[in-house]
Design a protein around this ligand. Structure first.
Ligand SMILES: *Cc1c(COP(=O)(O)O)cnc(C)c1O
Length: 474
């Protein structure tokens, strides 16, 4: 391939991507793929011979771009999946062109990752000692990283070296979560050999937040039984209702009891940038670790999570292994990123983070986030003002939990209706919303992450929910 071939294909790619992004808002948010379109991808034969770049671009335009998940649209309210930040989209290409392994060394990607991890910590007001964090594939991985450090510290304090001995011989280590805690925490506990049975689900108030009194009592009970309480996982924005735990009393308890406080801020931590809700996050900075996702509210193109820790040495002591072939003076005093997490070869995630944050600046990001939380509160008001709908939780961040409440249906029928509603709404193609269970009830939950979403889109969302409900009712 010549330089000119590449250049002309790159220019065509830029046009294709620009057109795609420009046309998104006018297109259906999501549509089921037709059989033929699906088969074209599923049954694609392994090519024996290569094809020119121009043909590949044409195939992307014809077979791939017309079938998005929908999260690029301002009328996508599903899960916690954002539209990509344009600066991040462009940076992805440059990062791939360099294609380093961001494991360690003296090259641009390494130093940029140190800088953007510090920026992320600054954005959410989390303390950041040099080396106190790294980018990961997402919060699921960041959680494994943080909980591994928590586990090893607890075991060491009990006179046990987990890296050497494994968990055998150690009394069960007990962690505390709520019914609203994200499933990635249980997955991490299972993978780390802690056993999901040793995660205690502590009662919450009606707002879905930890009850600190119940938490304290649970810790006392486990201590009295000879077990080793070691971890509390609080949420800076639950995935169901966007609830933010009250960190102050939880941090007090953790300090008193020597427990590691981990905060799951995957979705919600960046809400701290909005002065209207910043007070909800008081005490977040007292956590031992924080997992959060630039690939959610900041719109950094997937994948990009981040693990932040208060004590750098705990993290390094958990993961550091430097075989002789990796010895490298250029890595400097902090060593390799691969000494702080699970990955050895690591992608250049930092450039898309750098571009996304640098393009908007702290002020622009704060404005985007404040726009989302204001719209979410507005949506809450619209739901409350509507007889056919019911708001199920206070709007704390930018997730609105609500359900349809047709009169004449009993609890079971209402649950069935609300369980079927999201897909019925999605299939209509005008808006996209997903569902969940909260407090034993099936509900819809609309998540606002896109600064291009307007109040008009909120009216459309509710109109679509009600229209879809009419098609489901007998
Ligand atoms: C998305 C999410 C996770 C999982 O993060 P991934 O980036 O998908 O691995 C964990 N917790 C919460 C609250 C989330 O919203």
């Amino acid at each position: 391939m010549t330089t000119e071939d590449f250049r002309s294909a790159a220019r065509a790619t830029a046009d294709l991507v620009s057109d795609y992004l420009a046309e998104l808002p006018a297109r259906p948010v999501w549509q089921p793929m037709g059989d033929t379109a699906r088969k074209t991808l599923l049954d694609a034969p392994l090519p024996a011979e290569g094809r020119p770049l121009g043909e590949l671009l044409a195939a992307i335009e014809r077979d791939v771009l017309p079938h998005p998940m929908g999260n690029g649209s301002p009328r996508f309210f599903g899960w916690v999946n954002s539209a990509p930040a344009p600066a991040g989209v462009l940076a992805t290409l440059a990062a791939a062109a360099m294609n380093p392994s961001s494991a360690g060394g003296d090259h641009a990607d390494i130093h940029l990752e140190r800088a953007v991890v510090r920026w992320i910590a600054e954005l959410v007001d989390f303390p950041h000692p040099p080396g106190g964090g790294l980018l990961t594939s997402g919060t699921s991985m960041a959680t494994i990283v943080c909980l591994a450090a928590a586990r090893n510290r607890a075991a060491r304090r009990a006179g046990h070296d987990v890296r050497e001995e494994g968990l055998a011989g150690l009394p069960p280590l007990i962690g505390y979560v709520t019914g609203e805690t994200h499933s990635c925490v249980r997955k991490a506990a299972e993978l780390l050999g802690l056993g999901s049975r040793h995660l205690r689900t502590v009662a919450t108030g009606p707002d879905g937040r930890f009850d600190p009194v119940e938490l304290g009592a649970a810790v006392e009970r486990d201590r009295a039984a000879g077990l080793l309480p070691f971890l509390v996982v609080a949420s800076a924005g639950t995935v169901g209702t966007g609830a933010v735990d009250e960190f102050g009393p939880i941090a007090d308890l953790c300090e008193e009891q020597g427990l590691w406080l981990h905060v799951d801020g995957a979705y919600g931590a960046f809400g701290r940038l909005d002065p209207a809700i910043a007070h909800r996050y008081a005490g977040l900075e007292r956590a031992d670790s924080l997992a959060l996702d630039p690939h959610k509210w900041l719109g950094v193109p997937v994948d990009c999570g981040c693990a932040l820790v208060r004590d750098t040495d705990e993290l390094r002591a958990t993961f550091s292994l430097v075989p002789s072939y990796l010895r490298d003076e250029a890595a400097g005093a902090l060593g390799w990123f691969s000494e702080y997490g699970t990955e050895q070869t690591r992608p250049f995630r930092a450039l898309k983070v750098w571009a996304t944050i640098a393009h908007r600046g702290r002020t622009g990001l704060a404005r985007d986030i404040a726009h989302c939380t204001a719209l979410a509160r507005r949506l809450g008001e619209l739901v409350e003002a509507d007889d056919e709908l019911e708001l199920l939780a206070e709007v704390q961040t930018s997730i609105v939990a609500f359900r349809h409440r047709t009169t004449g249906l009993d609890g079971t029928e209402l649950n069935a209706l609300n369980r079927d509603l999201p897909v019925a709404v999605q299939r209509r193609g005008r808006v996209f919303v997903t569902g969940a269970r909260f407090g034993g009830q099936e509900m819809l939950r609309a998540c606002l992450l896109n600064a291009a979403t307007t109040e008009e889109d909120l009216h459309l969302l509710l109109a679509e929910v009600k229209a879809a409900a009419r098609t489901l009712l007998p």
